[in-house]
Design a protein around this ligand. Structure first.
Ligand code: MLT
Ligand code: MN
Ligand code: ZN
Length: 298
């Protein structure tokens, strides 16, 4: 199985268009928004999430470009972990695709119908298949979803739809024995998640924030809450729906044989600077911070 990291930044990308912080004005390598492509044999491909940067990401990736027929593309499906805009806006960019299958948690399909009606919009162009994520097989690869949290997109306005709103996926290639877990949105380390990742060749984890102090400066509301409660309060860190790297790094070290990598890096995260002490600390702990375009053969 082949896996390509098309984008590795959180919503807004890096640098973020509306941020003039020192890091966004630095020469640290840019990162596009979180999105992954995988393929059993390199001929047909599947996306994990559909980032708003998907057009640029496809054009930058020879394996994903149109062909071999004049109106053919190798894309067959999109597996959404959630309905956050940085993971779902790309569906609209893909509207020219004559047939795609979209897998998503039922709550995310609800959001894409009632709150951000991408599904209705796309149905005006082409008829796609929209299915509630469940254990399945794509091109001979086994796909297993895992419930992560009930973190909803802000635009869902506290919907009463039951969760899970966020899931992770494990993709296993029976031909090679390789497998990877994709979990870019971890509000907590949920019960059973250690077992879900066990024995995987590669795990891509939520790396939005480095630590609680960074979280406190990431948003104005967060600053107010963090000031009131202390910036290292895990409940505050979880309020954004993203466990910081400092909370997951101790958990993952010692899981022998598995490669751990962080993705969905926020523009505020010091690890985006390859010369930062935080970047060095992640590598030192045995985890990876792969740039956009990184390919894995599993
Ligand atoms: C998130 O990851 O928490 C969301 O994508 C936030 C956003 O809407 O950008
Ligand atoms: Mn996001
Ligand atoms: Zn910035």
């Amino acid at each position: 199985m082949k896996v390509i990291l098309l984008g590795t930044a959180a919503g807004g990308g890096f640098p973020q268009w509306n941020c003039a912080c020192e890091q966004c004005r630095s020469s640290a390598p840019p990162r596009t928004q979180d999105c992954v492509a995988f393929s059993a044999d390199g001929t047909t491909w599947h996306l994990l999430n559909a980032s708003p940067d998907i057009r640029t990401q496809i054009l930058a990736t020879p394996a994903l470009r149109a062909g071999p027929g004049p109106r053919e593309t190798p894309l067959r499906s999109v597996l959404l972990t959630d309905a956050e805009l940085d993971h779902a806006l790309g569906l609209l960019m893909l509207r020219e695709a004559t047939g795609l299958t979209v897998h998503a948690p039922a709550a995310a399909l609800h959001a894409l119908t009632e709150h951000f009606p991408a599904r209705m919009v796309i149905e005006g162009y082409h008829s796609w298949d929209w299915i509630s994520a469940a254990e399945t097989t794509v091109d001979g690869l086994n796909v297993t979803p895992f419930p992560i949290s009930d973190k909803q997109p802000k635009y869902a306005r506290a919907s009463t739809m039951p969760g899970p709103w966020v899931i992770a996926y494990r993709i296993h290639d029976p031909a090679t024995g390789g497998s990877f877990v994709y979990a870019p949105c971890l509000r907590t380390w949920p019960p059973g998640f250690t077992a879900f990742t066990r024995g995987a060749t590669l795990v891509l984890l939520d790396g939005t924030f480095y630590d609680g102090a960074e979280f406190a400066t990431a948003t104005a509301t967060a600053t107010a809450t963090a000031t009131a409660t202390g910036t290292a309060d895990p409940a505050v860190q979880q309020g954004m729906g993203h466990l910081p790297i400092t909370a997951t790094l101790p958990t993952i070290t010692g899981h022998g044989g598995t490669r751990w990598a962080y993705t969905h890096l926020n523009n505020t995260n010091p690890v985006v600077n390859p010369h930062s002490v935080e970047h060095a600390a992640v590598l030192q702990a045995g985890a990876e911070l792969p740039p956009d375009g990184t390919e894995f053969t599993l």
